[in-house]
Design a protein around this ligand. Sequence first.
Ligand code: NAP
Length: 290
Amino acid sequence: MILLDGKKTSNEIKEEIAKKVELLKQNGKKTPHLAAVIVGENGASLTYVNAKVKACEKVGFESTLINLPEDTTEEKLLDVIRDLNTNDEIDGFIVQLPLPKHIDEHKVTLAISPAKDVDGFHPENLGRMVLDLPTFLPATPYGIVQLLDRYNIETSGKSCVVIGRSHIVGSPMSILMSRNNKVGNCTVTLTHSRTKNLIDYTKNADIIIVALGKTEFLTGEMVKDGVVVVDVGITRVKDDTKKSGFKLLGDVKFDEVAAKASYITPVPGGVGPMTIASLLMNTLQAVETK
Ligand code: NAP
């Protein structure tokens, strides 16, 4: 079994980006600038946003964190987005999800200028992805594609099962794995909570991408020998032995599945760091394609 090390791979990508940023600076070009907006005090979201800002510093980007209170109105948030859309200093920005219940996530996603939508969630960018046109790919699926690519995992002609059909992970992932590309050309089955006899699909899959948010859901008996497994799930589980008071668990019962897998991502240190690397790649692309 080979570990698909997202931490190591994302560090390699960050080093490559840092070199490109250095060149931009030497040539008198603009330093990429990413802004992140967060509403409220959700602990996990704050951790993710802070990690994104720290990653910007590491590669030499400028970054701006806009921290809005939990009771921010939808209109106020939309105003902030409009300002970011027209601010020439900002090359790309993200609005960290989930948002408080009184704010409509779809309205927010639609308000972001597609040219600055480095999370790749805007319908225009998703549409461009489907049509294979240049775009910002959604950060987590893009990170998974990068990881499979950099480990030279053959995907062409393979059977791929994606578990979970969210708009930000499962659905775009299924499209990327089926399109005619170096990482792609799979025969994809997109599964969800209404799928009957899921094991019939997973047992025959060469590649399984698990993104449902249920800890240790995929077990050893559900997979065949030699399978490639990508675990997107991140759930905080109380653990008093940790300083933070919690540990992170994925959607895969790691020990059981790793014993049968040819390649597998760990949690943490798998897909999470790759999502951040993709965000940086998209932000650099926003500057390079201006
Ligand atoms: P989500 O929006 O909650 O969607 C979960 C999906 O799983 C839904 O499509 C749901 O089906 C499906 N599902 C639920 N129970 C199922 C079952 N028993 N069998 C098959 N499918 C089932 O989740 P998400 O936003 O995609 O996130 C999934 C996980 O990934 C979470 O743990 C999240 O924290 C993590 N995540 C990690 C990263 C990262 O960077 N590593 C990024 C994003 C998300 P229905 O559509 O039928 O309800």
